[in-house]
Each structure stands twice: as C-alpha cells, then as structure tokens.
Design a protein around this ligand. Structure first.
Ligand code: 5GP
Length: 186
C-alpha cells in the first residue's frame, strides 16, 4: 500500500497548524519539516518548527536540487527538503504544511500528492482576525490580507477544500478522507 503525500494549505489564521498538530497525535502521519531563511520566532525550535538556515545555505540547496519545492514569500525562502520527505514516505503518510505555490509545484512532480485547502467558515471574520491580531504593522496587515485573497483564489486547483468550522469535525473528516484514499491506493 503506497503511503500518501498530503499537502495542507490555507490562508494565514485559518487554523491549519492546529489541525496538523491534531492529525499528528494519531501517530499515523509524519510531518515534513521545512527549511526557512526567516528568523526564529519565540517558542520555535530549530529542527522541529523548521530547519533555520542562512540564505547562502538555502541557495546552495536549490542548486543541488535539494528541495521538492521552494518559494520565496514574505521576503523569506521556504522549502521542503527532498531527502527528508522521501525517507519519511517509506514508512508513513507524510504531511506538508506549505503555501499554494509550493503545493502546486509538488503536484507537478508528484501527481498523486493530495492537495487540501483549509477554508475559513467566514472570510470576513478571518480578515478581521488578521487586522485585530495587533502584532503587525498596517503594511504587514495589508500584505497578509492580499496574501489570503491570493491563497483562496487558488482553491479550485486543489483536490479538496475543507471548511474549518469545527476543529474536531475538520480533523475527523480529514482522517476519514485519508483512510478512504489509502484503501483505494492498494
Ligand atoms: P510562517 O513564516 O508563518 O511559519 O509561514 C508562512 C507560510 O509559509 C505559511 O503559509 C506556511 O504554510 C508556508 N511554508 C512553510 N514551510 C514551507 C515550505 O517548505 N514551502 C513552502 N512553499 N511554503 C512553506
């Protein structure tokens, strides 16, 4: 039975991080850890949240074909380490939590990858949440909102779109979907 390569995307603030953490508690999935050139935030751990690397290291890894996909957004590079994911796929279904451009790149090289877009139950409420977080400048807020609109505009290119109206329901729906797909994947 082939293991699944699962890609989860969705706009900032939609709760995809929480959904992924809940999915991981079952022990059925492995999480891909991305490389990034952005600064570490409080509470993050190198090698767990991300592999935090320099721009030079990132560019070298691109040259060496070390990424399954990568993208440059919010002025930083983010990439999925190819060897890490391929190794994990030997034993587990693997989840990638990445943005839309990277997701669509992966789908080109792995047409069997399952693309899931997590949607907010209410786009206006999410917009207000992004504004109301109070941690970002107006310029940053503006950028996050146009990014949200961009991400949502790609939803039709995804295999599945799931509304995060209730966390447990959403996680159950995903677990059931993956079980069904795995059953069909023998
Ligand atoms: P943050 O900086 O808030 O951790 O992440 C910003 C965005 O980068 C999120 O949408 C996240 O899904 C995306 N991201 C994280 N890792 C990767 C990756 O390896 N590749 C791509 N393309 N996007 C990523």
């Amino acid at each position: 039975m082939k293991n699944l390569l699962i890609i989860i995307s969705g706009p900032s603030g939609v709760g995809k991080g929480t959904i992924v953490r809940k999915l991981l508690t079952s022990g059925d999935y492995a999480l891909s850890i991305s490389c990034t050139t952005r600064n570490m935030r409080e509470g993050e751990v190198d090698g767990k949240s991300y592999f935090f690397i320099s721009k030079e290291e990132f560019l070298k890894a691109i040259e060496e074909n070390g990424f399954l996909e990568y993208s440059n957004h919010f002025e930083n590079y983010y990439g999925t380490p190819r060897a890490f994911v391929e190794k994990q796929l030997e034993t587990h279904d693997v989840i990638l939590e990445i943005e839309v451009n990277g997701a669509l790149q992966v789908k080109e090289s792995y047409p069997d990858a399952i693309l899931i877009m997590i949607l907010p139950p209410d786009v206006d409420a999410l917009r207000s949440r992004l504004i109301g977080r109070g941690t970002e400048s107006p310029h940053e807020i503006e950028r996050r909102i146009s990014r949200m609109e961009y991400e949502l505009s790609k939803k039709d290119l995804y295999d599945y779109a799931i509304v995060n109206d209730n966390l447990d329901d959403c996680v159950n729906r995903l677990n059931n979907l993956f079980k069904t797909l795995k059953g069909a994947n023998i």
